[in-house]
Structure formats: structure tokens, C-alpha cells
Design a binder for this molecule. Structure first.
Ligand code: ATP
Length: 283
């Protein structure tokens, strides 16, 4: 069983020729609504790869919230702990794409209401397996989830994204920490970092693959060469996949190999969740 505690966001993407100036109204040429948020993305990745997944998080009591819950159900994800919060909207990212660039406004909304109390209630009946968390919900809730899971002997994976320095105590709570190469450099440069923590790092290197530490040596699992169409969600696919294969009892090396394979497949199609592979695609 994989429990993913984290964010659910709706991306509202508008395509236009140029960015409007303050006070100006312009015409756009396209619009799409896309399911996102690192938590839910990783949950979908894990479910598609055959994981038994439970999502813990919050949406608003609005149209987006309901449609996200229906979407996760259709992906075979347990949504009994995805609650609708009436005081907040569903988390959104309003993205404007123009002039070969983008502007993004993120409103964390209900994700910010994933409180320590809520985590406590939600993880009461936690089953053995893997807990997977990221940093798009409040820090104290991430810490609470890891503390509960660790106490129950679960495997804890912390994906430190979007990046911020992590408290010293978190290194003891997580079994694996999964930064990309930039996040890894920042973690290693942090004053809280100790050499002994290195064994917990599983680092992704984009098109080069991902690495883990074995006998004190960083071992790179190279990514297969693929035609990259859209790398959005590659990291989320990697994390979801890593959780699945560790949950299935694979050794770290084999789990990283599978995760690299899944993440690399995900970049060959558009969209974060849109490109996430199914178990049959890995075979
Ligand atoms: P993102 O923020 O875009 O989701 P990330 O920065 O968290 O990604 P990356 O290190 O870029 O994570 O990529 C994660 C994994 O995805 C890599 O380990 C690799 O397996 C796969 N991947 C990413 N980009 C490519 C690529 N161009 N070709 C093949 N595989 C890729």
C-alpha cells in the first residue's frame, strides 16, 4: 500500500500572443484545464504502475474539487482521505503562455489547509507500506506524516520539491530523499547536511538518469534515449514509480531502474499526468 500525502492543483492554462498589461483585456487563442499538483501527480503515477494507492489531501468544495476526486477515482486511487474544504478553493495554478514564455500565479487554497490534525486523523488507519510526501502542503504536516509513518515501520520517501531547506530532524524521518540535481546540490550545501545522510539520497539527473549510493559510491542508472516531448511531471513519475517498486519489495537498485524507465517514458508524451506510463508500457 502506498500513501501519498500532498497537493492537488488544477492548472488553468491560457494561450495568447502577448502578456496583457495591467488593466488591459486581450483575446486568448486557447484554454485548457489540467489536473496537477505534485501529490496527486505522484499518486497517479504510482496507481498506473500497479500500486495500491491512497491519497491524503484536500480540495475545495467547488467544481474543481469534485472533478479532481472523480478523476482520482477513475485512476483507481483511494480518495476516502481527500476532503472538501468549504473555506478554501481548490488549489490552482493560473498559467499564461505567450511570447515563448509563461507567467504563473499559484494559489495553494485547500492544500494550505492540510493541517497536522488532519494528517493525524487521516493516517490513523495507515497500512504498512510506503509513505510518499513532497513540499506543497504545510511543513508541519509533512513532518507529522513522516513521524507517524516512521513509527509504524513504513518506508518514507521525501521528495524535496518545490525546494526549500529541510529541517535537520527530517533526515532521520525519511528513508529516501529524492532531489533533482539542483535540489541535491542545495541540500548538500545546507548547514544541516551530514556526510552520513548521503546514503538516503536518490538523485535524478534529467536525461542522464538517476543515481543512488551503494557502498559509499554514487551509482548512476542511465536513462534510455528517448524523444523528449514534454518533461513536465518527469520527477513526479519517478517518485511515484520508486514508491511502487519499493513497496513491491524490489531492492533499491532495481526500484531506481524501474523508476528511470517510467520517468523517461513519461517525457515522450505531453502533460504531467498525460504522459505517465502504465505497468504494461514498462514491459
Ligand atoms: P520535473 O520538475 O520536470 O518534473 P525533475 O527536475 O524533478 O523534473 P528530472 O531529473 O528532470 O526531474 O527527471 C526525472 C527523471 O525523468 C530522470 O531521472 C529521467 O529518468 C527522466 N527524464 C527527464 N528528462 C528526460 C529526458 N530528456 N530523456 C530521458 N529521460 C528523462
Amino acid at each position: 500500500m502506498i500513501t501519498v500525502m500532498g497537493s492537488l492543483n488544477i492548472d488553468l492554462v491560457t494561450i495568447t500572443d502577448r502578456f496583457p498589461t495591467p488593466g488591459e483585456t486581450i483575446r486568448g487563442s486557447g484554454f485548457s484545464t489540467v489536473f496537477g499538483g505534485k501529490g496527486a501527480n505522484q499518486a497517479v503515477a504510482a496507481a498506473r504502475l500497479g500500486g495500491q494507492v491512497k491519497m491524503v489531501g484536500k480540495v475545495g468544495d467547488d467544481l474543481y474539487g469534485e472533478s479532481y476526486i472523480q478523476h482520482l477515482k477513475a485512476e483507481n486511487i483511494n480518495v476516502t482521505r481527500v476532503s472538501k474544504e468549504s473555506d478554501y478553493p481548490t488549489g490552482t495554478a493560473a498559467i499564461t503562455v505567450a511570447e515563448g514564455d509563461n507567467q504563473i500565479i499559484v494559489v495553494s487554497g485547500a492544500n494550505g489547509a492540510v493541517s497536522k490534525t488532519y494528517v493525524n486523523e487521516s493516517l490513523k488507519d495507515l497500512e504498512k507500506g510506503v509513505l510518499l510526501v513532497q513540499l506543497e502542503v504545510p511543513d508541519e504536516s509533512v513532518e507529522e506524516a513522516m513521524t507517524i509513518a516512521k513509527a509504524q515501520g513504513m518506508t518514507v520517501i521525501l521528495n524535496p520539491a518545490p525546494f526549500k531547506p529541510i529541517p535537520a530532524e527530517w533526515w532521520a524521518l525519511a528513508d529516501y530523499i529524492t532531489p533533482n540535481e539542483h535540489e541535491a546540490a542545495a541540500l548538500k550545501a545546507d548547514q544541516n547536511f551530514k556526510d552520513e545522510y548521503k546514503v538516503k539520497l536518490v538523485i535524478t539527473y534529467g536525461s542522464r538518469g538517476a543515481a543512488f549510493i551503494e557502498n559509499g559510491v554514487e551509482t548512476l542508472i542511465p536513462a534510455p534515449e528517448v524523444e523528449a516531448v514534454d518533461t513536465t511531471g518527469a520527477g513526479d513519475t519517478f517518485n511515484g514509480a520508486l514508491a511502487v517498486f519499493l513497496d513491491k519489495g524490489f531492492e533499491l537498485r532495481q526500484a531506481v531502474e524501474k523508476a528511470v524507465q517510467a520517468a523517461s517514458l513519461s517525457v515522450t508524451a505531453a502533460g504531467a499526468q498525460g504522459g505517465m506510463p502504465y505497468l504494461k508500457d514498462l514491459r
